[in-house]
Design a protein around this ligand. Sequence first.
Ligand SMILES: Nc1ncnc2c1ncn2[C@@H]1O[C@H](COP(=O)(O)OP(=O)(O)OP(=O)(O)O)[C@@H](O)[C@H]1O
Ligand SMILES: [Zn+2]
Length: 521
Amino acid sequence: MPLTLYNSLTRRESPFDPIEPKKVRMYCCGVTVYDYCHVGHARAYIVWDMVRRYLMWRGYDVRYVQNFTDIDDKILDRARETNSTMEAVAQCFIDEYFADMDKLNILRADEYPRATHTIDGIKRLIHELENKGYAYASSGDVYYNVRQFTDYGKLSGRKLEEMQAGASGRLETAEIEAQKKQDPSDFALWKSAKPGEPAWDSSWGKGRPGWHIECSAMVRDCLGETIDIHCGGSDLTFPHHENEIAQSEAATGKSLANYWMHNAFVTVNGKKMSKSLHNFITIRDLLKGNWSGDLESNPPAEGGHGGTAPTQEGSQNHSDNAKAVEPMAVRLFVLMAQYRSQIDFTSEAIASAKNGWQTLKEGLLFGTQHGSKLGWDIEKIDYLTEQDSTLVQQFQAAMDDDFNTPGALTVLFELAKELGKEGNVLVHQGKTETSPQLLQQKWVTLVNLAGVLGLEVQPEAETEISVGGLTDGEIEGLIQQRKDARKAKNFAEGDRIRNELKDNGVTLIDQKDGITIWHRG
Ligand SMILES: Nc1ncnc2c1ncn2[C@@H]1O[C@H](COP(=O)(O)OP(=O)(O)OP(=O)(O)O)[C@@H](O)[C@H]1O
Ligand SMILES: [Zn+2]
């Protein structure tokens, strides 16, 4: 069965057919670096990392490029507020981006072009557009003439007549700019220098590039004129991606990308999690437990909004270990939904992801915890061949269906639960119900398929926290206390302990022989 994916351009699912066999050229719009990343950003980059990893697992040689927008009014504002420079603010938040995304096990891109490093390519492209009649200079600015590009609106489905004045970009609301445009829908390719702002020489005078042109230039410089997949959040469809298409396709006469893919939002009470709405939580605050489930009525402290100085280390609030979330639980929170479905950020959704990760983690650790007792030689396992092919096919069928990660996770949970149960039986009864050989095959399958989704057990030191569930020893201790309480006919205490374990995602099974076995989930 071929891999099929939803193409925003055609508005339907179609088989994936790359330009060059077994090669994929993929471009993802990156962050504007003026603040810490929030959970919405985490979703976007976890989703594209999952797509990239899956394509690699399917045998494609993927070249993945993601930019940093390092010149923008928001960065300049932040530099002014903090008495810093645009370069320093951008570099600071590029470093912080990597710190957060590395924790979430997001593979580094093959290339990270930056707007300020692409000025020559940007100017070249604008000149081409000018020569071809798609761009015009106006008092030091250069604008794209959208009426010249007959396909304008093909991605977003918007008709030019319906577009509002000023809808051409996030920065062009100033009336003075509107007066320089021939049509309200035209958008800036180049903006004349403002006093005190960074500027580059050009034939139109000193100035800086608009936002949309940077991606067109970077795609071309790094990947070529037509690429396989162009992706980003759904808010980028219009105007950003529509404008990228207009710029690139007018210049080259070729399609910019064959497949356009967009991730849905993380929302809070149905609204996009975003800095401007102050309903966000930074990735680092989530990991540290410095967050409230009710962001609408109880927004994070000022520090949680990304800090007032570029050097500030996230929120100043105290961390709450019980609320701390392991990075892999954040990944699971994202992957438990298909990438085109909205995810509402709630304490319940996070709790469910934490529980889910405990179950998966226990399954993933089965081999190292119990393998030698079962006579496995972990060093000699052939991870490629010793898999359960039926389950691998089930996983692949789900993923081939437009990256249906919830479907793929069902396979992982089935395996992890079984391994978790068998691990308990082994601890309590000294042997397992399933043969060690079959268990090895199941474990290898789980480790491999979880790895395709980037779900890996990380060393404790890298996870910020030592909680996220009770350890096996703590669980055994509580079970013993419950046993003692019940022996002393203190059944209320026995029930309390059972409930405490349940709240921590641990289920007890009292067997007829008086032995209590347990499993997570
Ligand atoms: N709440 C969200 N859910 C999913 N993706 C998001 C969310 N917020 C931002 N993104 C995506 O993250 C990527 C980088 O976003 P960008 O740096 O432009 O931030 P932004 O959308 O302006 O965020 P904010 O509105 O919080 O400032 C884009 O692809 C964007 O669509
Ligand atoms: Zn872009």
